[in-house]
Ligand binder design. Structure first.
Ligand code: ADP
Ligand code: ADP
Length: 224
């Protein structure tokens, strides 16, 4: 079955704002799935529900067939989340950030892949630098490594390239493709059509909380 299945999902925030309205889609295992939509469309809300951070109002979200609300640990184990905001303790080093994260996830010391992950995101030479000295791009890459410490089969990235320059965007695209080619299922949100087109096998377009299209990228692009 699909890695992620969303059925008739709705979310109304306290205060009455309806962020998601009867959203349904499947993320096929092994694919890169893009949620494309403008600011305010509901993308972050959807991701936060997948991450177990926000409660849905109605409908279902499941990961590998396990309902996310039934036990948030299903999402915690299976999904690595790359949030939009990059926040690190300025005096922690990348190696420490990854070790701490592995600790939070209960990854045994012998199973930790700190140096391997730093190499994968091209940060080996910054392993022991204070994170306050990293460039914006380095911090974004560290955030991706952080999401991978518990070896999740699915990684979810919330606008991974918002506000970054063209060169870094290309770098991040390569990194995401590489992870996918190693077998990780990827869900990402973006408001760049170009990014979705370049990276994604399948794209769902979301607007005002509704999915208005959901197709293989090639079909979608031929329609436009
Ligand atoms: P996107 O990620 O596509 O920009 P969001 O999911 O952040 O969209 O937001 C969808 C809608 O829900 C927006 O109108 C936003 O203002 C609103 N919203 C988001 N978070 C909250 C919240 N915590 N409380 C109330 N409204 C919210
Ligand atoms: P569980 O009982 O679900 O295994 P843990 O006791 O291992 O949860 O951890 C409690 C929660 O705190 C986890 O969801 C963990 O991810 C979270 N947590 C707290 N601080 C951080 C942090 N700085 N970075 C990532 N996760 C954190």
């Amino acid at each position: 079955g699909p890695a992620i299945s969303i059925r008739n999902l709705s979310k109304t925030y306290a205060g009455g704002k309806q962020a998601l309205n009867d959203v349904s889609f499947d993320v096929p295992a092994g694919q890169i799935f893009g949620l494309l939509g403008p600011n305010g469309a509901g993308k972050s809300t959807l991701i936060n529900i997948l991450a177990g951070l926000v409660n849905k109002t109605s409908g279902h979200a499941s990961i590998w067939g396990h309902d996310i609300d039934a036990d948030p640990r299903n999402a915690k184990r299976a999904i690595g989340i790359v949030p939009q905001e990059v926040v690190f303790d300025p005096f922690f080093t990348p190696a420490e950030v990854l070790e701490n994260q592995a600790g939070f996830y209960g990854v045994p010391k012998a199973a930790r892949r700190t140096l391997e992950l730093l190499a994968a995101v091209h940060l080996s030479d910054k392993a022991n630098a204070y994170s306050r000295t990293l460039s914006g791009g380095m911090k974004r890459r560290l955030l991706i490594a952080k999401a991978l410490v518990h070896n999740p089969p699915v990684i979810v990235l919330d606008e991974p390239t918002a506000g970054v320059d063209v060169e870094l965007r290309r770098q991040l695209w390569e990194l995401v493709s590489q992870l996918n080619s190693e077998g990780v299922t990827v869900v990402l949100t973006t408001h760049y059509l170009e990014e979705a087109e370049e990276l994604c096998d399948r794209i769902a377009i979301i607007n005002h909380g509704r999915v208005i299209a959901d197709k293989p990228t090639r079909e979608l692009v031929n329609m436009a």
